[in-house]
Structure formats: C-alpha cells, structure tokens
Design a protein. Structure first.
Lengths: 135, 558
C-alpha cells in the first residue's frame, strides 16, 4: 500500500529460448520507476514456471517479451495454462517482434495488448494502469 | 600537425570569427539546442578546426593506410583493389529453404556466405526436443546433424566462397569440416569465419544452456585447432554487434569487444601458442548504428587501438597481428516497425558509415526486420544498397576520404580515449570473463540502454516515425515472410529419418571417443568432426561433451 493505494504487481518473463533481453529490462526499469512492483522471472522461462509464479506471487498482470518468432506456439500455451490454473482473468500483455496479423490473432486469444518495437514505455505504463483497477 | 606560429594565428583568427561573425548570428538565430550530442551522449562542438588536432602527430597517430597504427585502414589501396565482402545473414525455415535463398543471393551478387541458425541449434537442442516447440526454423536455419549442413551447402562451392558461420562452439563447425572432407577439399584451403566468441554471446544473447567456463574452453580448442590446421580460417570473430544491440554506447562497444579478445589472447598464450601464431587470424564484428560521424570514428578508433594493444600489450611482432579486420552489420535495433520502408534509408546511412570507416565485410539489414526475417524482395533491396554504395557513390575510389577532417580525427581520438578508460575498468574488475560472471558488464550496458530509451522518450533523440512524423498505419505497406509450422514438422521428420538410417554403432563409437577426449582434457575438435561424420546430432554431441555443465538462465544476473 502506498498513499492508501495498493501497489500494482506485474510478473515479467521471457518465455522460450529467445535471449534478446534489452526490451524486457527497459520495461522492468520503467515500470519500477513508475512505482509498479515488478517480479522478473528471467529468460528461458517455461509456461509452467510463469503459471506457478503468477499463483505464488499473486500478481495483477503478466507481461511477456518474445523476439524469437515462436510467439504463435508459445503464447497460446501460456494463456491456456493460466486458464487451467484458474487465472483466465489475469491480464496478459506482450512485447516483441510480432507482425500485425499475428497480433490480431493473439488479441482474439486472450492477450490484452501487443507492443511492437519502438513503442514508448509511457504507453505500456498507461496500459498496465488501465487494465488494473486499484480499488 | 601545424607549427606553433600557425596554431597561434588560427587561434586568434577563430576568436575574431567568433566575435565578428558568429556572435551576431547567434543573437539573431539561436541554435536548435544548448548542447549537441552524438547518439552515445558525447558532446559535439559547433566547429572543429586545426586547434582540435594541433597535438596530433600524423605519422604516429594517423599515418598511411596499411601502415601502423592503421587509423586509415588495413589495406594500402582501400577499396580501390578489392571491395568489402557483401554477405547477408541467411537462414530460416529449413535447410532446403535456406539453400535456395543462398543460391538466390549468390545470383544477385552476394560475394560471401553468412549463415545463421535458429535458437534450438544455438542451444544445441535437437529439433524434436519438446523445449524447442514453435521455435524450429523461426530465426535461423535448424541444424540437427551433418545431413542439414549437406543440404544447406548443396550445389555451393565452399572451396571457392568464404563462409561465415554465426555460431558459438565446435559442433556446427565440425559438421562443416566433415562436409569439406566428404567433398575432398583439403581443410587448410578453407576460407571463412566462425563467430565462436562465447564470452560476448554469453551475456548479450544468452545462447547457451552450459557453463561459461566450459564453453570458453571449447572455443579456445577450436581456435587452437584452426591455427594449427586451417591457417586461412578466422576461428573467432569478436562480437561488438550484439553488445551495441543490447544498448551499449559506441565506446563500450569497442572496449567490451576488445575485453573479450584480450581474454582469448591470454588463454591462447597459456596454451603455449605465441601471439603471432593466433592474432593474425582474429577477426571482429561491429555494429553500424544511426550516428553517422560517431560510427565512422568508432571503426577508425578501434583499428588504431587494436593495433596498439597488440603491439604494446601483447608485444606482437608480426604486422599481421596488429590488423583489425572486421565485419559490420547495420543496427537491427535501429529498425522501426513504424513506416518500415524508412528502414532502407537508415540502413543506407549506416552502411555508408561502415564503408567510410573501412569495413572489410558488410551485412545490410532488410526493411522488414522489425517484423520478421527478411523476404526475398526485401533482402535484395538490402543487398542492392551495398552495391549502389560500391558502384555508384564514388566513395570507394579514394582511400579513407574523411581522414584528416578535424572533426573526424578529434572524435576518433575521443572514442579511443574513452575505450581505453573502459578497458582499464575491465582489468580492475578482473578481466572480461570475471566482469561478465559478476554482471558488471551487463549493468554498464543496461544503464546505457535505459539512458538512451529515456532520451528517445523525452525527444532528446528523434526517431522518425516513432517519436516524430508519425502516421497511422492500419495495414503494413510491405509483405512479411511467414514461416509455416509445416517446416518444423518437416525438419523433425528429416531428423527422424537420420536417426533411422545412420549406423548406431558408429555414432556410439564416435561419442565415446569424444567423451574420452573431454575426460583427458584433450582438444575436442577432431572427435567432434568424427561424430559429425557419424551423423551424431548436435544435442548428442554437446551433451556428451558437457554431461554436467550447467549454465545460468541468462536473465537472472540482475
């Protein structure tokens, strides 16, 4: 609790084998600077690890960074596992190299937002705040 | 470079110019900024004059191309003799698709091969490993066994063209050597480059599931083997490119790259090799980012500093040991998803900087790479960009045309000085391997990346289409390469066929030999080549070589 408001807790992870971590570190730091609590699972995390951490850390949202091109296989697997764990309502946002067609499909599959390269951290912070009611 | 009297006259002249000419203009039309900076945050003066280079000694600091300290280039004739090698990073979907793209690029005028692998291959995992689901062939070509290398190079004369292999370690290289042997090409005639700089790869793109020191030992094995057996091969290419992509400054890019090179040089000396045996085969790989002048000076500073390090620190006697030969790739991180056709212009400026900086080899990015691997049309435009610079721009017709520019020489000096200071910090942190293990290097780069991101977001740096001149784009104006999931299934099927058809006894014998070599701490290259001949898979080879080696999960160091 800060000033009577609950602190937002966001779980960040890089699923799959991809090692391009510049983006996720920038987002983590920008969120922290904005007073948002970040739990960063690191690289090469599996769907199971994401779900376990989301449950254990009682987070408000999951942010996934993926630049490998494997997003259409890897991301639906994570949203499915979240659903199975009873976390189907947990907002999931994604950043990385994801073509617009795929982004549309992913949004239809329960991903709330897809951020392309070059997006501003301010937009990400606005999105996080809009998706999480702080009452 | 000027007499004391001349310098005094210029200084007086400059003061007069500032008073009489500049000041009235500044009052009328103030400058756009209080402080002008390069992309790395280095202050740029309004004007550079002989006063900025008055301390320079032409013969000591700049000299002639092909002469120590090589500020103006390693070739006395620059590009008047031979142009840089034009090699586009290639690899996607399957070995079959990659083979046809390589042949396409050769028809379109590519002069070298630059092969990149998918993530499972970088991790030494077979395509049918469940960890790889969805990632096979996505950002490079999958290679499971010698079969795939045979397909990739089918109909391509590896004895005639130089091949760059973007991988860390011995497995793929062993397969390449096995292919050469099957084609009866003597190994000592092969030309090409192996990336192999695991120290840099380890902390930039984390392409490993093994321990850094174990991987380092193998990469040193590869260098030792090449120095003794494949004298025209560059067994390592020190990677500044990924350091810059991770967000470093230009000076950090030079210093961290050299930090790794110094670590390897010291390890090779400990193996009993003389510096003049291995240093002539060291090669380097730098980024070309947006800041045109800073990038040109970065290459010139790097070339001079490397020559000095080799000659002064390592006491290399052979002039070939002093040469910084380098490949450049234009900056992937500078490409924008917004208005992707603008990326052609960015890449052109970056490529021109690489050429004016004296690159020996060049890859130009394609306009669509903020979305996917390049389409055939996009990669052709990228190659054409190089060809237009080479054949139309005229900059190749005289050596180091910007040498002697007051600004260029001053910035070159400043970048060298800053890189030297960072190298001292690396030494204070126990050398590059130690500084990476503790996360010190990563922290320096992450801080620089965050500072740059803040500057873009506060519009201190502009990116057209991103923080200015934006347009609403509903549909992409270009076509994107799609990699069908069918390719992953096909690759797994082909791997299954390899497993069925190979002689399992031969595989086991070869892996046993590899295990013995590891236990006896012998050089593992020949056992790797033998395992490649037996069609052992990449995962079998590395798991045999490193049964108990555990890496850190890249991201947890901070």
């Amino acid at each position: 609790m800060k000033n009577g408001k609950r602190t937002i807790r966001v779980l960040l992870a890089k699923p799959g084998l991809d090692g391009h971590d510049r983006g996720v570190y920038l987002v983590a730091q920008a969120l922290r600077d904005a007073g948002i609590e970040v739990i960063f699972l690191g690289l090469q995390t599996t769907a199971e690890e994401v779900v376990a951490a989301a449950l254990q850390e009682d987070v408000d949202m999951v942010g996934l960074s993926i630049f490998s091109g494997g997003h259409m296989t890897i991301l639906p697997r994570i949203t499915e596992k979240l659903r199975q764990a009873g976390l189907g309502e947990l907002p999931v946002i994604v950043g990385g190299i994801i073509p617009p067609d795929d982004a549309r499909t992913l949004k239809g599959m329960g991903i709330h937002e897809v951020f392309p390269p070059g997006c501003s951290t301010a937009d990400i912070i606005t999105c996080v705040r809009s998706l999480i009611p702080l009452t | 470079m000027y007499s004391k009297e001349k310098i005094e006259l210029i200084r007086k002249g400059k003061e007069e110019w500032e008073r009489e000419v500049l000041t009235p203009i500044l009052r009328k039309w103030p400058e756009r900024e209080d402080r002008f900076e390069t992309l790395s945050g280095r202050e740029l003066n309004r004007l550079y004059t002989p006063l900025d280079v008055s301390e320079k000694d032409y013969l000591r600091d700049i000299s002639f191309p092909g002469a120590y300290p090589f500020t103006r280039g390693v070739m006395p004739t620059g590009y008047r003799g031979k142009l840089w090698t034009r090699r586009q990073v290639t690899g996607f979907a399957t070995p079959e698709e990659t083979n046809s793209r390589l042949k396409y690029l050769q028809r379109e005028g590519q002069t070298g091969i630059n092969l990149v692998f998918d993530l499972p291959t970088h991790y030494h995992l077979d395509s049918d490993n469940p960890l790889c689901a969805g990632e096979v062939g996505k950002d490079g070509v999958p290679v499971d066994s010698l079969r795939d290398i045979e397909v990739i190079f089918d109909g391509i004369d590896i004895a005639a063209i130089s091949t760059s292999i973007i991988t860390a370690g011995a497995t793929i290289f062993a397969m390449f050597l096995a292919l050469a042997q099957k084609r009866a090409i003597p190994l000592h005639t092969l030309r090409g480059t192996l990336q192999n700089d695991i120290v840099s790869l380890y902390y930039t793109v984390h392409l490993s599931r093994f321990n850094l020191l174990d991987l380092f030992r193998i990469s040193v094995d590869v260098i030792e083997f090449c120095v003794r057996n494949i004298p025209r091969w560059n067994p390592i290419s020190f990677i500044g490119y990924q350091i810059r992509e991770k967000g470093s400054t230009a000076a950090q890019e030079i210093a961290f790259t050299f930090g790794s090179a110094i670590a390897y040089a010291e390890a090779l000396k400990k193996r009993g090799l003389a510096v003049d045996e291995f240093a002539p085969r060291f090669s380097f790989f730098f980024n070309a980012h947006n800041d045109f002048l800073e990038e040109i000076c970065k290459y010139r500073a790097a070339r001079r500093l490397w020559a000095r390090i080799m000659r002064e620190r390592f006491k290399a006697k052979n002039p070939l040991s002093w040469l910084l030969r380098f490949h450049v790739q234009t900056a992937g991180c500078s490409l924008t998803a917004q208005q992707p056709m603008n990326n052609v212009i960015r890449t052109t400026i970056q490529a021109l900087a690489a050429v004016l900086g004296g690159a020996n080899s060049l890859h130009t990015n394609s306009m669509d790479e903020a979305y996917a691997l390049p389409s055939e049309t996009a990669v052709r435009t990228a190659l054409r960009t190089q060809q237009i610079i080479a054949l139309e721009s005229g900059v190749t017709n005289t050596v180091d045309p910007l040498g002697g520019s007051y600004c260029i020489e001053k910035l070159t000096d400043e970048l060298e000085e800053e890189a030297v200071a960072i190298l001292e910090e690396i030494d204070e942190n126990g050398g590059m391997v130690q500084a990476v293990s503790t996360g010190w290097v990563q922290k320096q780069i992450q801080d620089a990346a965050y500072a740059y991101k803040r500057e873009v977001e506060t519009k201190k740096h502009f990116i057209v289409g991103v923080n200015c001149h934006e347009v609403e784009e509903d549909e992409l104006p270009i076509e994107i390469l799609k990699i069908d999931p069918y390719h992953e299934e096909l690759q797994k099927k082909n791997l299954a066929a390899v497993r069925t058809n190979r002689d399992m006894q031969q595989v086991e014998r070869a892996l046993e030999r590899l295990r013995e070599a590891v236990e006896a701490q012998e050089n593992v290259m020949l056992p790797f080549v033998e395992a490649a001949h037996a069609y052992a898979t990449i995962e079998e080879m590395m798991n045999t070589c490193m049964p108990s080696s555990q890496g850190t999960k890249g991201g947890v160091e901070r």
